[in-house]
Design a protein around this ligand. Structure first.
Ligand code: BG6
Length: 487
């Protein structure tokens, strides 16, 4: 058993959680720039952390504070990317996943010409990656839509936003196509149902009589159409370009073998995969349409939409995988949080400090399930554990829990490959500590590289190698053959 030759080992970040410099170089405000750090909210209650209102947005817009709007400061990747990429190269990275902030290229989203300074910033990153011999994997949309589009159009709810997104994609393909072969359309496209503002720019108060849920599905449909256009453009404009979809793989097991629990679980898993179904098969699953109909949710479609979706299917399937949960029809079953979800607790699994149930075998099951369903190459583009790390007096950081988490997941990936799954690569989330997407904390650390900054933004921002840095370096150097503790 081994990882294939040329396996793409690396790591993933997102612009809005890492770059900072939210107003530099002509960048416009994005939805991430108004995400508020709520120190007193329970970290296991993702809904409170991701909640948004018009008042809160307006207050944020009139404020230049970066303490309570931590994504505005990120980890200052904007100014330190050379140092950061050098560290990733030192670990031997073959691939680096990052996103392009839409509002750096189109500050409001409505401009007809891109912002040159923003364009140049990403070109510099891509040149640096080329010099370091690291393959870029670019996410076009990772929770960072221009705020203006959210306020004016209620985000993707309005179909005019498709055109603005396609314009942005065209610019990316035209300028960066010579550097980038692998692209992803929408990060965790399914998450629009769980946090509509972050994913689709939807503000509940602007949904009117139609209601938030119906707006979410309408916006999702527009994202599918935008993704179709984007895949087609990628194929036309980028020589050898490949487009992937990106799914939050929310692995759910039945809590018991009672048939009703199994049926409820099946429903959950089908719902989770419906998003990739659309982008891989190029059509809506009949059962999902039926379900929407029963719920009184009507998606308005233009005549050409379904053919755009059909013609713009993806070349590979990427997904994030952090945890699993169970499902039960028992209303009293104990619940536990996961990646912006609340599931039923699994008595066989331990949880992270944030309550996410750690389940390496679930990664193997996911890989096999997705490959069997789609028969297309897979890419694990996010996986990792958020933990509180301790910076010792001598400047070291010992994180055996992180090494253990990764090792157990890599072993399961290996088993899936051995079973015949085509796995292109793996990018950990996140190779360097950054701002949490859900809680806006800095102390929820994922990195092999420690960043000296606390939740309030205090710290030198110095980068420090953790023990896991040396361990991952060894794993990459041996293409996964040596996963022993020794570093
Ligand atoms: C994924 C997102 O859902 O989970 C990332 O794509 C995010 O942006 C990651 O950072 C981990 O979640 P969190 O909330 O711990 O940052």
């Amino acid at each position: 058993m081994s990882f294939p030759e040329g396996f793409l080992w690396g790591g993933a970040i997102a612009a809005n959680q890492a770059e900072g410099a939210y107003a530099a170089g002509g960048k416009g405000l994005s939805v991430a720039d108004v995400a508020t750090y709520k120190p007193h909210a329970d970290v296991k209650d993702y809904k409170t952390h991701t909640a948004v209102s018009l008042d809160a947005i307006k207050k944020a817009m009139g404020d230049t504070d970066c303490t309570y709007y931590p994504k505005r400061r990120g980890i200052d990747f904007y100014h330190r990317y050379k140092e950061d990429l050098a560290l990733l190269a030192e670990m031997g990275f073959k691939v680096f996943r990052f996103s392009i902030a839409w509002s750096r290229l189109y500050p409001t989203g409505e401009e007809t010409e891109p912002n040159e300074e923003g364009l140049a910033f990403y070109e510099d990153i891509l040149k640096e990656l080329k010099r370091l011999n690291i393959e870029p994997l670019v996410t076009l949309s990772h929770y960072e839509m221009p705020l203006h589009l959210s306020l004016k159009y209620n985000g993707f709810t309005d179909r005019r936003v498709i055109e603005y997104f396609v314009r942005f994609c065209r610019t990316c393909f035209a300028h960066y196509g010579k550097y980038v072969k692998y692209w992803l359309n929408f990060n965790e496209v399914d998450s629009i149902i769980r946090h509509p503002f972050i994913t689709g720019g939807i503000i509940p108060e602007l949904c009117g009589d139609r209601g938030e849920t119906a707006c979410c599905y309408q916006a999702l449909h527009h994202q599918f159409v935008a993704a179709g256009h984007s895949a087609k453009l990628c194929h036309e404009m980028v020589p050898g370009g490949q487009m992937g979809c990106m799914l939050t793989k929310l692995m759910t097991y039945p809590r018991t073998c009672a048939p009703e629990d199994v049926a409820a679980t099946q429903k959950k898993n089908l719902e989770n995969m419906f998003y990739s179904d659309v982008m891989v098969f190029g059509e809506y699953p009949r059962m999902i349409l039926k379900d929407l109909e029963k719920r009184g949710i009507e998606i308005q479609m233009a005549p050409e939409d379904l053919s755009v979706i059909k013609e713009g299917t993806v070349d590979f399937i990427s997904f994030s995988y952090y945890m699993s949960m169970t499902e039960s029809v028992d209303p009293d079953a104990e619940r536990t949080p996961g990646n912006t979800v609340l599931g039923v607790k699994n008595p066989y699994l331990a949880s992270s400090e944030w309550g996410w149930q750690v389940d390496p075998v679930g990664l193997r099951i996911s890989l096999i399930e997705l490959y069997d369903r789609y028969r297309k190459p897979l890419f694990v583009v996010e996986n990792g554990i958020g933990s509180k790390d301790v910076l010792e007096e001598d400047g070291s950081i010992h994180d055996p829990y992180r090494i253990d988490y990764f090792r157990r997941h890599f072993q399961e990936m290996e088993k899936a490959i051995d079973a015949g799954v085509e796995l292109m690569g793996y990018t950990s989330w996140a190779p360097i500590d950054l701002i949490s997407a859900s809680t806006n904390q800095m102390s929820k650390r994922y990195g092999f590289i420690y960043v000296d900054q606390d939740d309030m933004g205090n710290g030198s921002l110095k980068r420090i190698r953790k023990d896991s840095f040396y361990w991952y370096k060894k794993v990459i150097a041996t293409n996964g053959r040596d996963m022993s503790d020794e570093i």
